[in-house]
Design a protein around this ligand. Structure first.
Ligand code: S3P
Length: 166
């Protein structure tokens, strides 16, 4: 069995770009939990949050992660809040190595300030929300097997670092 490479981290940490490059470099299939959920539901994450709420979205996330336990050799790009459910981390670890792509609040803000599709940051002061949510999630992200600092690094450098650790 070839273990999955699982990327977790806050929105804007670079999971999407890094997972795409990683999958290309390693000739692996990439899956994104957000994309699987959107395909299944036939609508955008922001619509799911708006019409059915975060709890419903989290239940879909758990279902997708549970299904991925039966697959190997993948690069998995996880939604930023996946770590909140202990069952998700347990499942992702069963057949994968979990990498936490770490970025500080300022870097995250700079990367996502012009994007409009992030329901958790849609209202209020985005800088404060990023700091608050990140602080709250820190212990959960730190359950990852490996932490990769992304500040000041290109996606390619992050990919190199992940490859050197698998
Ligand atoms: C979320 C992150 C998003 C998406 C949803 C919730 C979060 O994914 O799953 O909007 O709770 O951090 P990305 O981290 O890929 O933006």
């Amino acid at each position: 069995m070839t273990k999955n490479i699982v990327l977790v981290g806050f929105m804007g940490a670079g999971k999407s770009v890094v997972s795409k490059q990683l999958a290309t470099r390693l000739k692996r299939e990439r899956v994104s939990t957000d994309e699987l959920i959107e395909q299944r539901e036939g609508r955008a994450i922001s619509d799911i949050f708006q019409k059915d709420g975060e709890a419903y979205f989290r239940s879909l996330e758990k279902q997708v992660v549970a299904e991925l336990t039966s697959r190997d050799g993948l690069v998995i790009d996880c939604g930023g809040g996946i770590v909140l459910a202990a069952v998700n981390i347990d499942n992702l670890r069963k057949n994968g190595v979990v990498f936490y792509l770490k970025a500080d609040p300022q870097t995250i803000y700079e990367r996502i300030k012009d994007e409009k599709h992030r329901p958790l940051l849609a209202d209020g002061d985005p800088k404060k929300k990023i700091s608050d949510i990140l602080a709250q999630r820190k212990p959960f992200y730190e359950k990852a097997d490996v932490t990769v600092a992304t500040e000041g690094k290109t996606a390619e450098q992050v990919v190199d670092e992940i490859i050197s650790k698998i």
